[in-house]
Design a protein around this ligand. Structure first.
Ligand code: NAD
Ligand code: TYD
Length: 337
């Protein structure tokens, strides 16, 4: 039985990861630690919360003492670090918490992993560390890191630190760099859920700049399966890019959402561009495909409809977020945690 520490497991990708892993495996215990920022929502984990191999601890990854206690108490032997401040726009408004959590929090986890010893430490990173592409080419693992936003520079810093722990102390670190995710439980500040909910509520859809920025989209379950592959089979000290070859302009996605929901394109409103806005991301995931045998399973056209349907069917989930009511859930459900 492995004792896997998953950080940030109440967020979008982490909660999908835990729900996915616990529904198919009984050879591991998952200890989910999350400080429950605005983006952390224990409602995402309803299907897992009573699983015998699941524990939740409310803890901040920047809190050295708590993290050391958790490593000791739960006999942690593997770490997957999803916890982060994850939204570029918020990082432009205020960068400090991004560097505290994404850089110092990662340092606390790496130091604890070094002190107590682990089989593997997987740092979940992003393609945004590579910066921005022109019309041609893709990011490969050898593309130089060249981040543009406070968010991506904090993630790049954490990557460099994690690799240095591998090279200096022999800590068994691997890194994944994935493209933009979409799917159930994504907080409605990111492009796809924001545009779905605004369309449903007949609110304007704010498109930054000319709407022609390109992102390379991947369904969250494909990302999670890739993380599982890298955790189990990835070579120590290596970086693995994860992507599904599904480049789309923002405006095309927005029109697709409006069309699916039978709403008018008059809702589209072009607004001032994001400062330092990366033009294009595209991922070359040949390495993980050839070396580890992972391949994406979901096509954008199907999975985006699946995602829109999920938001249509889970109105209570997002209404509670929009009203701030979801924050009460934790107090109700975990009175003594
Ligand atoms: P999210 O914002 O939905 O979730 C982040 C989670 O981390 C939340 O539950 C939050 O409460 C928790 N957290 C934040 N600060 C913490 C702290 N100091 N201590 C403990 N917990 C804390 O983010 P997400 O979209 O699920 O992203 C997860 C990871 O994947 C991040 O590391 C992100 O950089 C990376 N990533 C995201 C995408 C994407 O498209 N969303 C793409 C590639 C990589
Ligand atoms: P986002 O979901 O914030 O992801 P990231 O910036 O990490 O790629 O944004 C995706 C794209 O959508 C990005 O080009 C910015 C754009 N965007 C808008 O045009 N309007 C919006 O309101 C948001 C949130 C994003």
């Amino acid at each position: 039985m492995k004792n896997l520490l998953v950080t940030g497991g109440a967020g979008f990708i982490g909660s999908n990861f835990i729900n996915h892993l616990l529904s198919k495996r009984d050879d591991l215990k998952i200890i989910n630690i999350d400080s429950l920022t605005y983006a952390g929502n224990l409602e995402n984990l309803k299907q897992s919360e009573n699983h015998p191999n699941y524990s939740f601890v409310k803890a901040d990854i920047t809190d050295r003492e708590s993290i050391n206690n958790i490593f000791e108490q739960y006999n942690i032997d593997n770490v997957i670090n999803f916890a982060a401040e994850s939204h570029v726009d918020r990082s432009i408004l205020g960068s400090e918490v991004f560097f505290n959590t994404n850089v110092m929090g990662t340092n606390v986890l790496l130091e604890a992993a070094k002190r107590f010893g682990v089989e593997k430490f997987l740092q979940v990173s992003t393609d945004e560390v590579y910066g921005s592409l022109g019309p041609e080419g893709k990011f490969s693992e050898t593309t130089p890191v060249d981040p543009n936003s406070p968010y991506s520079s904090s993630k790049a810093s954490a990557d460099m630190m994690a690799l240095s722990f591998q090279r200096t102390y022999g800590l068994p670190v691997v890194i994944t760099r994935c493209s933009n995710n979409y799917g159930p439980f994504q907080f409605p500040e990111k492009l796809i859920p924001l545009m779905i909910l605004n369309s449903l509520n007949d609110k304007k859809l704010p498109v930054y700049g000319d709407g022609l920025n390109i992102r390379d989209w991947i369904y969250v379950i494909d990302h999670n399966k890739a993380v599982e592959h890298v955790w189990e089979k990835g070579r120590i000290g290596e970086v693995y890019n994860i992507g599904a070859n599904q480049e789309m302009t923002n405006i095309d996605i927005i029109k697709l959402i409006l069309n699916y929901l039978d709403k008018s394109e008059d809702l589209i409103e072009f607004v001032k561009d994001r400062p330092g806005h990366d033009r294009r991301y595209a991922i070359d995931s040949t390495k993980i495909e050839t070396e580890l045998g992972w391949k994406p399973e979901y096509k954008f056209e199907e999975a985006i409809e699946k995602t829109i349907d999920w938001y249509l069917e889970n109105k209570t989930w997002w209404e509670r977020i929009l009203s701030g009511e979801y924050q009460e859930y934790y107090k109700l459900q975990y009175k003594n945690v």
